[in-house]
Design a protein around this ligand. Structure first.
Ligand code: PLP
Length: 471
């Protein structure tokens, strides 16, 4: 059914040009779209979202005003998000991968409310509290490796990485940091330096932190070198005896869900041990169950020295963790790492609940089942649509890569953008990724049902088919 609402169009005419440019779909005469889960009652964005965009444009910093969704959220539950105009979307972005247990899981919100009624903050180093210790106990139990570990909590992913590097430098008394092509580690000075992609993350923000070296991340889809050539190449960039740590995402997130070639992570473990270098696994995006293991590195027989976790760890509350070998961590004197808000008790209660939910609801098995369902659709699409160059991932962490040419892998960035916008317009929130912005990645909640996923894929396939036809 198609609706033309003159009031809406009179309203649109009053919206300033700048706001209109930010609102992607304002000119669309909308259709009411009703799936079992998707329910679109207005154009996207609707009038209330447009009003908020207008207020935003007046006072919010411009670089913060380029949200993926032009619709503003009012409610989120499980894998569904309802906007301020009453439109309901299936959310495959999960707050950029923070919602493994879904939006507003009742057990998480209950724990948050309970903690808020007791106390909100002390700073663990001023007056300590149990929820901090409980999270650390759970993470030590879950982290791979039969060795003693200890945990320090922080606020976000970049802070965890910054601190992992501090810990590695202090423990080894070395300064070098080796990172990988297409890596993403954050936006602070050090983590921005460690991140690969120049635009939008680095351009104009130099000079960068010293002593960071970038090496190939080898994958079967685009192997730049052989795994056995990597060590030799490393020695041409830096003397390994000056390197404190390798920091690697076991499966790259922003880089386009790149799964390493067989033997790559094992080789990194071997080479790092050989030179006394610490191996840091950045589990910030790939961890907390998404791949069917609590930590993605558990998909390989590799035990890192340090693990960084964040995002889904506390279901959207700001919390990150650095889990390190105890002998390494405990070398640091008191107060050398920390921060006023780190390991906030409310966030700790949320994280504790997330870990229990993953275990109680068997969400690791669910991640594998979701992965199989995704692949049953996407592998079939690859046979039908030439623009799909690759389908890859482990468990529920799956990505589609769009190309202009399957042989050269020339990225189809524009088409990817079109597909994402069309999905949004039709009630499915999907996240892009990849160094060339030509991938779609699934950061879906592990609470999503098969029916919700199937409905989302119907929308996605229509968009992919249209993009394929428009080549
Ligand atoms: C792998 C990885 N590391 C680090 C970060 C930085 O985390 P944050 O944005 O919480 O600082 C991210 C964020 O996307 C990430 O995906």
């Amino acid at each position: 059914m198609s609706l033309v609402d003159n009031r809406y169009h009179r309203y649109i005419l009053r919206v300033p040009e700048k706001t209109k440019r930010q609102a992607v779909f304002v000119e669309k005469i909308w259709e009411v779209i009703m799936g079992t889960f998707i329910s679109l009652k207005t154009a996207i964005p609707g009038p209330k979202s447009l009003e908020l965009a207008k207020r935003q444009a007046n006072v919010v910093a411009a670089p913060m005003c380029d949200a993926l969704s032009p619709a503003w959220i009012a409610e989120g539950h499980g894998a569904l998000v309802t906007d301020v105009d009453g439109n309901t979307f299936i959310d495959l972005t999960g707050g950029w991968g923070c919602m493994a247990v879904g939006h507003s899981h009742p057990r998480v919100t209950a724990a948050i409310k309970d903690q808020a009624e007791h106390f909100l903050h002390t700073d663990f180093t001023a007056v300590p509290y149990e929820p901090y210790v409980t999270v650390c106990e759970k993470l030590v139990r879950l982290a791979p490796g039969n060795l003693e570990k200890s945990v320090a909590l922080f606020n976000n992913g970049a802070e965890a990485i910054e601190n992992a590097v501090k810990i590695a430098r202090y423990a080894t008394r070395r300064t070098g940091v080796v990172v990988f092509d297409r890596a993403f580690h954050g936006r602070t000075l050090l983590t921005m330096t460690m991140t690969h992609k120049a635009h939008p993350y680095k351009n104009g923000f130099g000079p960068f932190a010293p002593d960071v070296y970038r090496m190939p991340f080898i994958t079967p889809y685009d192997p730049s070198i052989n795994v056995n050539e990597w060590e030799k190449l490393l020695t041409t960039y830096v003397d390994p005896s000056t390197v404190a740590c390798f920091v690697v995402e076991p499966i790259q997130g922003e880089g386009g869900f790149r799964v390493p070639s067989d033997g790559f992570l094992e080789m990194l473990r071997e080479v790092s041990s050989k030179y006394g270098i610490l191996l840091v696994a950045d589990e910030i995006q790939a961890g907390v169950g998404r791949t069917g293991k609590f930590f993605s590195i558990e998909n390989w027989n590799v035990v890192p020295d340090i693990i960084c976790s964040a995002k889904s760890l506390a279901a959207g509350m700001p919390l990150s963790a650095v889990i390190a070998r105890k002998d390494i961590m405990d070398k640091l004197p008191g107060s050398t790492i920390g921060g006023t808000y780190v390991g906030n008790p409310v966030a700790c209660r949320a994280a504790s609940e997330v870990i229990d939910i993953i275990e109680d609801e068997h969400l690791l098995d669910r991640a594998i089942a979701i992965g199989k369902l995704i692949r049953s659709h996407w592998d079939a699409w690859k046979d039908k649509y030439e623009i799909i160059g690759d389908v890859r991932g482990i468990g529920a962490m799956q990505a589609l890569e769009f190309v202009k040419d399957r042989t050269t892998h020339e990225p189809a960035t524009m088409l990817n953008g079109q597909i994402i916008k069309e999905c949004l317009r039709n009630g499915v929130l999907v996240a892009g990724s990849g160094i060339y912005g030509n991938c779609i990645r699934m950061l879906v909640s592990l609470e999503i049902t098969d029916e919700q996923l199937t409905e989302a894929f119907a929308v996605m396939e229509t968009a992919v088919a249209r993009a394929n036809a428009s080549r």
